[in-house]
Design a protein around this ligand. Structure first.
Ligand code: FES
Length: 558
């Protein structure tokens, strides 16, 4: 129930109203403000989240917007998920942040909410929570970092980290240079500078219509971001008076628009899991068959790393998300609603016209004619797997090779650089037991090229796992294999020397082992042990597989 409605129903003289108003007065607020609509500001700053360093100035700007429209801004904290500091992986805590966000929106007296997040898991968590609470909401992202420079070339976290790290492992650069590069990769506040997961989710939020038009790509340090923050506060206040709920904005049509946008920007594989989880909160399913249809119809139009050359700051100056959506217009549902109360079609009509074609290509002159991401199915992944074809090596699209198997993360760390490892460039590296139930599904799917091959100049190999991969990574990598090995999927049955075949044309990933033999091997599989207590037990007992978004089974739906 909204705070305004509650006040109207309980009446200004109720003991509840008097007490809560009295306690709010401790915040030194006038009666006029206490009678105004309340806009909550869900903020997630943390000393362990470098991508959210600018949140305090964003909160201030949002508050300005709320006050200017005659409302009362009230900031409240939720947990924060800094990508690089959380063990075993931030993914394990996305659902916890979503629950925190949902319950605090529902429990506290507010009429609308502005959600401020940015780092990979925070925006999905906030959108999942806000959609379940279904109070009018506006998403505001912290914005992407600006690039650094090294020897005349631009650097941005974290595609360039991986590139330089690969060169270091291959002996092309020394430890002194890698240390200098480390200091130049992330030089401003904000989220990773390329089209990784954070940027993909920011662009998705804008396409869904829950973040303001033009807001996704504004660099974190640009003053326009503060203007967008102020406007987000104003819009939230209008929503407090005339509600448009997240369930009216995030619909089957807007989710499909967001999937198209994801393909066109060459976005992150993680974004598929997150968008599936967000849509799942509204009871909307994303089928892998539909994903493949959309991918085949939607070209990659944006030339940003890790697929292309540029950075998010380039997308901003090139025309932003609207420039991409305008190219996709014939394929979009233009009647979807945005938090501003305009349809997507109306937003695109009024968006600035100039576009830098080096960054955002025309529909018929794309970076790549097919979408960036596809789903695979086959005897190795009966429930599906995800493949980022836009960031893969085309000569490996139709590939058969011998499996070199790692039983888990510890095994991988112990043996990948062993000079005695029996591995050749055309083998297939397989990592098991890195899925959601095994260990929270870390970004371990970008298996390093074994050092002895890296030193021979091998840059890419077919790699397969039930893990995720950072949105900033690239390579011929099959991810999110479902069911995962820990759940007894066929991945658990793979042994060294088995043959595996990838066919991007047929969208298949197959273990070339007789199905009776696979069943025999799996009959002795032991399920993963469930922790006895706490969040870890809740997580392992209820987390769903990647094709369902890795949400908790009891949180999906309305
Ligand atoms: Fe936060 Fe990359 S570490 S977005």
């Amino acid at each position: 129930m909204q705070w305004q409605t509650l006040r109207a129903e309980t009446g200004s003289r109720s003991i509840w109203s008097a007490l809560s108003k009295g306690l709010l007065k401790v915040g030194a607020l006038s009666d006029a403000l206490l009678d105004a609509p309340i806009v909550g500001i869900a903020a997630a700053p943390s000393g362990f989240n470098n991508c959210h360093r600018n949140i305090s100035e964003l909160v201030e700007a949002v508050s300005r917007g709320v006050l200017a429209e005659g409302g009362l801004p009230r900031v409240f904290p939720t947990i924060s998920l800094g990508e690089v500091f959380l063990n075993p992986t931030s993914m394990k805590f996305r659902n916890l942040m979503a629950m925190d966000t949902e319950e605090m929106i529902r429990a506290q007296p507010m009429d609308a909410v502005v959600l401020i997040g940015g780092c990979d898991k925070t925006v999905p968590a906030q959108l999942m929570g806000a959609l379940s609470a279904d109070l009018p909401a506006v998403q505001l992202v912290t914005g992407p970092m600006s690039t650094g420079r090294h020897k005349g070339e631009r650097l941005g976290a974290c595609t360039d980290c991986r590139r330089f790290w690969g060169r270091f492992r291959g002996g092309e650069i020394d430890s002194d240079e890698i240390e200098i590069v480390e200091g130049r990769l992330a030089q401003t506040t904000g989220t990773c500078a390329v089209m990784g997961t954070a940027s993909s989710m920011a662009c998705i939020a804008e396409t869904l219509g829950i973040a303001l038009p033009g807001s996704a790509a504004i660099p974190a340090v640009n003053s326009a971001r503060l203007v967008a923050a102020e406007e987000s506060g104003r819009v939230a206040m209008r929503l407090a008076k005339n509600p448009i709920r997240p369930s009216q904005v995030i619909t089957a049509k807007s989710v499909e628009n967001a999937l198209r946008l994801l393909m066109a920007v060459g976005g992150s594989t993680n974004a598929i899991i997150h968008l599936t989880a967000i849509a799942g909160r509204a009871g909307i399913a994303i089928s892998y068959d539909r994903l493949n249809e959309i991918s085949d119809e939607t070209p990659v139009l944006v030339d940003l790393k890790p697929v292309g050359e540029g950075y998010m700051e380039d997308l901003f100056t090139a025309g932003g998300v609207a420039a991409v959506l305008r190219e996709l217009k014939p394929l979009l549902h233009l009647d979807t609603m945005t938090v501003e109360g305009r349809t997507l079609g109306q937003v695109l009509e009024s968006a600035p016209r100039w576009v830098d074609r080096k960054v955002v290509r025309e529909f018929d002159k794309p970076v790549s004619p097919l979408g960036g991401l596809i789903a695979l199915k086959g005897s190795l992944a009966p429930d599906g797997a995800i493949f980022k074809r836009a960031a893969a090596t085309e000569s490996l699209f139709e590939h058969e090779g011998r499996a070199v198997v790692f039983e888990g993360l510890e095994d991988l760390a112990a043996r990948i650089d062993d000079p005695g490892l029996d591995v050749k460039a055309d083998d297939v590296l397989v990592l098991k037991n890195a899925g959601p139930k095994a260990c929270g599904m870390p970004e371990a799917g970008y298996l390093p090229i074994p050092r002895k091959l890296a030193q021979q100049g091998v840059k890419d190999m077919l790699r397969i796992s039930d893990a995720r991969m950072s949105g900033t990574a690239f390579g011929t990598v099959v991810l999110h294999v479902a069911p995962e090995a820990a759940q007894g999927g066929p991945l658990a049955a793979v042994r060294n020397g088995d043959r595996i075949r990838l066919s991007v044309t047929n969208k298949r990933i197959d273990l070339l082992v007789d199905k009776d033999e696979i069943a025999k091997r799996l009959s002795t599989h032991t399920p993963v042990e469930v922790p006895r207590r706490g969040y870890a037990a809740l997580y392992q007992n209820t987390v769903t597989q990647a094709p369902l978004g890795c949400d908790f089974d009891f949180l999906a739906g309305r």
